[in-house]
Structures are given as structure tokens and as C-alpha cells.
Design a protein. Structure first.
Length: 274
């Protein structure tokens, strides 16, 4: 099993309001990151539930071997959920509306609720790979958060670092329960499609609320964020494709940038427990 995960308490003020275009004055970047945040409280709860369900279905010896890692995973994800609830409260006060979270809850109720734990873990492992990819890009391409409000930049880099840190947990539980490899890939395709469509819809809705969806500068910002030198799509494509390889494992990703950030910013995110 992987090493136990450290639960940390982020020391960032999320009660003082921030500028609407907090990501370096860029309307599209701000709307895109805000859209991601809207998905996290419901998404993180899904991941917690999936990992709990998966561990409960292991035999006693396997439960014991996963116990410390699962405890850390749940602690980290619960902290992310709480922090992004605070972030999203500020967005709501700025007039943004979360349309993504109700879709997540509806899919859980109509598509996942009565399925085997392996389906929950397959969805979670797929989503965790997407977030690990985004985390690696974010941590290694500083231009993506250039000029951002410092406390919000710290929040996103802390979250990215911990996502990289626990990227193997759901995948390993899926494998431990005998999860089918064909279904692992199919679920990844389905999750990727939903993720891309939901992120696009929420970003566009944020821009509409913002009144900036029609401005040329907004779409120039979109091109830079997605396809520029530090572009998310440009640098995420190859890691995304890796998930389909027969020998894929999340540990193949590079977690060095995440480890370095956490080591250098212990004052911003001190441990709660190991």
C-alpha cells in the first residue's frame, strides 16, 4: 500500500471578499477556476463515500492494509470539501449560480445509487486521474495562475498538491476488489465526457453572469488557458491517454512538484494528523 496521507489545515482567509476577476484580471481564467470549485463539494463527498464503501467490501486483512491510507484520503477530501464550500459561498455572494453540483447529485441518485462499490470506485478513480492531470499541469505551469490573488493561488496549489498525493487510493481499491479493466476504461471515457461538458457549461454560465462572455479579451484568455504555451489541453492530452494503457497506474505520474510545494509551504498548510 501507499504511505499514510497527511491531513492538513489550510491557513488562508476565505471570508474576506476578493475581486471578481481574481485570476490576474482574466475573466475566462477566473470563470474556469470558479467552475471547477463549484463541482468540488459534491464531488469530494462522492469520493469519500466510494472509498468507504470499497474498503468495507474488502476482507479483514485488506481492510487493515488500507486503513491508514483511507483515513488520510477521507481527511484530505473532507478538508477540500469544506474549503471549497467557503470559496463557493463567496462566489454565490458575487451572483454566480452553481449549476454543476445539482447534476452531480442527480447522476449519483439515478445512475450510481444502486450499483456495486466497484462502479463507485471506477468513477472515483477516473475523476481522480483527471484531477491529478490538472494538478500536475497547474503545479508545473506557473503561468496558469500568474497574477492571481495570492491567497487564492495558494488555495489552488495546495489542493493540487494533495490531489497528486492521494491519486492512487481509489484506483488501488478498485483493483483490490477485482474491478474489470474494460469497465475501468469505459468509465473513464464517460467521466471525461461529463467532466468536459459540465466544466464548459459552468464556465460559460459564469461568464454570462459576469457580463464578459461576449468580449474578445475573454476568448483570447480562453485560448491562452487551454491552448497556449502553458495550456491545459496542450499539456494534459498525453497524461489523459495514459489511462487506457494496460499497465497504467496513477503512480506513473510525476508527483515531485506536489511534494516540493507541500514541503516549501508547511506554514500555509500545517498537519492536523499524519
Amino acid at each position: 500500500m501507499n504511505a499514510p496521507l497527511t491531513v492538513r489545515r489550510l491557513q488562508v482567509d476565505l471570508h474576506t471578499p476578493w475581486h471578481r476577476h481574481w485570476a490576474g484580471g482574466d475573466a475566462f481564467r477566473s470563470a474556469w477556476f470558479n467552475a471547477l470549485s463549484f463541482s468540488f463539494p459534491a464531488g469530494e463527498q462522492l469520493f469519500i463515500d466510494a472509498v468507504k464503501m470499497g474498503q468495507a467490501r474488502l476482507d479483514a486483512a485488506q481492510q487493515e492494509s488500507f486503513a491508514a491510507e483511507v483515513q488520510g484520503f477521507i481527511g484530505q477530501e473532507a478538508t477540500h470539501r469544506r474549503v471549497h464550500q467557503l470559496f463557493n459561498q463567496q462566489l454565490a455572494e458575487q451572483g454566480y449560480v452553481n449549476h454543476w453540483e445539482p447534476r452531480i447529485r442527480q447522476r449519483i441518485a439515478t445512475q450510481l445509487q444502486h450499483l456495486d462499490a466497484r462502479a463507485w470506485l471506477g468513477v472515483t478513480a477516473a475523476t481522480e486521474h483527471l484531477t491529478a492531470i490538472l494538478s500536475e499541469v497547474l503545479l508545473t505551469r506557473p503561468g496558469l495562475l500568474a497574477g492571481a490573488e495570492p491567497r487564492l493561488r495558494d488555495l489552488w496549489l495546495w489542493h493540487a498538491s494533495e490531489e497528486s498525493e492521494h491519486r492512487c487510493t481509489a484506483f488501488d481499491l478498485y483493483r483490490a476488489l477485482g474491478g474489470d479493466e474494460r469497465w475501468r476504461r469505459r468509465l473513464f471515457m464517460l467521466v471525461s465526457l461529463h467532466f468536459a461538458l459540465d466544466l464548459t457549461r459552468q464556465t460559460l454560465h459564469n461568464l454570462w453572469r459576469d457580463g464578459h462572455w461576449w468580449r474578445p479579451a475573454t476568448w483570447a484568455g480562453a485560448a491562452r488557458l487551454l491552448f497556449g504555451a502553458d495550456g491545459v489541453v496542450r499539456h494534459a492530452w498525453q497524461p489523459w491517454r495514459r489511462y487506457f494503457a494496460a499497465d497504467f497506474h496513477p503512480s506513473q505520474g510525476d508527483g515531485d512538484a506536489a511534494s516540493a510545494w507541500l514541503a516549501a509551504h508547511g506554514h500555509l498548510a500545517p498537519p492536523v494528523r499524519g
